[in-house]
Design a protein around this ligand. Structure first.
Ligand SMILES: [Cu+2]
Length: 131
């Protein structure tokens, strides 16, 4: 009798745990909490109106981590090109509000362009000065 009761009880608590997990990350329409920017990363934010938060960013030459945070509510990408127009490193993509994408780039001193390559987002362009 005791044994037969233990199994459904365990199954029930597993189900309860599952329901809780789904509720915690589902949340239809509920805003995602702001993610934590990695220490030492160069933060680039998207803002409403198809813009980055700054027109110019600066970084020290060497390994540069870019943390791309979507403060807008649509999909954006971040592409890094050097002065010769050559693509550097990986393209980052953020889809929803508060999405964070990070990439690591090996950057020598120079001036780079960062931009979003989503069609129609030509205003999302900034300069990255590495020294
Ligand atoms: Cu964009």
């Amino acid at each position: 009798m005791k044994r037969r009761l233990l199994v459904p009880a365990a199954a029930l608590s597993a189900l309860a745990g599952l329901t809780f997990t789904v509720a915690a990350c589902g949340g239809g329409g509920t805003a995602k909490p702001a993610p934590t920017i990695p220490t030492g990363a160069l933060e680039v934010d998207t803002v409403a109106g198809l813009k980055f938060d700054k027109s110019e960013y600066t970084a020290a030459a060497g390994t540069v981590t870019i943390a791309y945070l979507n403060k807008d509510s649509q999909r954006h990408t971040l592409v890094v090109k050097d002065a010769a127009g050559v693509l550097v490193g990986d393209k980052l993509e953020v889809v929803r509000n508060n999405d964070l994408a990070s990439g690591t780039y090996q950057l020598a001193a120079g001036t780079y362009t960062v931009y979003c390559d989503v069609p129609g987002h030509g205003t999302m362009k900034a300069t990255l000065v590495v020294s």
